[in-house]
Design a protein around this ligand. Structure first.
Ligand SMILES: C[S@@+](CC[C@H](N)C(=O)[O-])C[C@H]1O[C@@H](n2cnc3c(N)ncnc32)[C@H](O)[C@@H]1O
Length: 272
């Protein structure tokens, strides 16, 4: 999993965006896009917004469902991600923008989707207010984020092991992905923006990496941890990851692990 999008370095190079699309989207992100579109009831003729669209897997999935007559827009902070999105699907509208200041008029979208990004927003409360602002009165918001770290059977022991070598500071750097993992808190976040939560569920998916080394490289090098540990410590994390991830390592050396996500859907209150 990549955290290419920490607020410290959200503008990533083109190669990283291309790698995200060719490696991480098929290995992890693509599986959730139909689930999110189902949760929001994306249907023909609708106008859909994909917030923090990355290279656009959710927007592409939604575009296939809103035809005929519908429209899809993807918005992201990161120009490199948007460049890849435009190359893959030039027929979709792609806009650069911040989730907490969406560059769209009020009540413009029947569905507002946000996949695997809310946990990175510096101002999550404002971002949810913005999602509500751009939603049509009868529209639906659907948000998906990784679940709790302690519910992730591969990531939890990996983070424990890395923290033993790199110190407790490593925990916050390696766990940025899981900070919205509490389902009740996530539902409350949407509720506190004046939305009516219509469902809050946990779903099990799969995280895949081609090898234990690839898993470690992604987890360490897509966070600032890589600049804060010595080569020796990095080597020990790499070495001990073989043991920590053994239950999830296939005979051909790939890592295939269960991965839990939280999905919340919400609408505007009946009267608003
Ligand atoms: C892990 S990627 C997920 C991308 C996409 N939703 C997917 O499922 O493949 C997180 C995305 O959030 C974007 N992002 C992070 N903070 C943002 C913000 N404040 N406003 C808009 N986009 C943001 C990043 O640029 C990145 O493309």
């Amino acid at each position: 999993m990549t955290a290419t999008d920490t607020s410290e370095s959200f503008q990533i190079p083109m190669e990283a965006a291309e790698f995200y699309e060719s490696a991480f989207v098929p290995a992890f992100f693509a599986q959730w896009a139909p689930i999110l579109c189902d949760a929001a009831g994306v249907a023909p003729g609708q106008s859909v917004l994909d917030v923090a669209c990355g290279t656009g897997i959710v927007a592409r999935t939604a575009a296939d469902r809103v035809a005929p007559g519908g429209t899809v827009t993807g918005v992201d902070l990161n120009e490199a991600m948007l460049t890849v999105a435009r190359r893959v699907r030039p027929d979709i509208t792609w806009r650069q923008g911040e989730a907490a200041a969406l560059p769209f008029p009020d009540e413009s979208f029947d569905a507002v989707l946000c996949q695997m990004a809310l946990m990175f927003f510096p101002d999550r409360v404002e971002a949810v207010h913005e999602m509500r602002r751009v939603l049509t009165p009868h529209g639906t918001i659907a948000v998906i984020v990784p679940g709790r770290l302690d519910a992730q059977p591969a990531f939890a022991p990996f983070v424990d092991m890395a923290a033993r070598h790199a110190g407790p500071e490593a925990i916050s750097l390696l766990t940025a992905y899981f900070v919205c993992g509490d389902l009740d808190q996530l539902a409350n976040l949407l509720g506190s923006a004046g939305l009516r939560v219509t469902s809050a569920t946990t779903q099990l998916g799969t995280y895949r990496a081609p090898s234990v080394d690839a898993f470690v490289t992604t987890e360490v090098e897509s966070t600032p941890l890589v600049d804060r540990i010595s080569d020796h410590v990095y080597g020990r994390i790499r070495q001990d990851a073989r043991e920590a991830l053994r239950p999830f390592t296939t005979p051909d050396g790939a890592v295939v692990a269960p991965f839990e996500c939280n999905i919340v859907t919400a609408q505007r209150p009946i009267s608003s």
